[in-house]
Ligand binder design. Structure first.
Ligand SMILES: [Zn+2]
Length: 175
């Protein structure tokens, strides 16, 4: 019951509007936690090496990384933000907050369980021969090999239905 933090006091009618306004500002977000990335090759055939993790974690700890839905670059898709991140067992773990009633309910009920990161890469390599390439071209010598991305600038983390990394998660954090 997230609403229990909102205290209601006996007020005069004159104060009622102001209190309603205050209460909406004080609506507590759902605190969430989970895993957003690991160092394996994902199903889209790209991989973030562990050497990128400290930079990603520090970007996530900046307080500027949003939680969104479906990587949709729109105001409506912004539902929260990452509050904390760290590396553990070759995975990046995170905590965050979500302020969207419908999405929060879907997380609490376990309808939504996966996330996905979106960012830009300064360099892209063939996982086989480590030659620099682009995501679009891939490696001519190893067309079936995956690619490794580096120099990542993180844009956001989205709730998605089918995450590229099987082990990602999002769940409510109970205090
Ligand atoms: Zn290659």
């Amino acid at each position: 019951m997230r609403e229990k933090d909102i205290a209601f006091f006996a007020v005069t009618n004159a104060d009622a509007n102001a209190l309603t306004f205050q209460a909406s500002l004080l609506e507590a977000p759902l605190r969430v936690a989970g895993i957003c990335l690991d160092d394996t090759m994902n199903i889209n055939n790209w991989q973030v090496p562990k050497s990128e993790f400290p930079s990603l974690v520090s970007q996530m700890n900046s307080g500027k990384i949003r939680i969104m839905t479906d990587h949709a670059d729109s105001v409506d898709s912004v539902i929260g933000k990452i509050t904390k991140a760290w590396v553990q067992n070759n995975q990046i773990h995170y905590q965050g907050e979500v302020l969207d009633k419908q999405i929060s309910t879907k997380i609490e009920r376990g309808y939504l369980t996966g996330v996905s990161i979106r960012g830009t890469a300064r360099k892209v390599y063939c996982a086989e021969c480590l030659r620099e390439t682009t995501k679009e071209k891939g490696c001519k010598l190893h067309p079936d090999s995956g690619i490794i991305v580096s120099g990542l600038t993180l844009r956001e983390i989205s709730l998605v239905v089918s995450p590229a990394y099987a082990n990602t998660s999002i769940y409510p954090l109970r205090s």
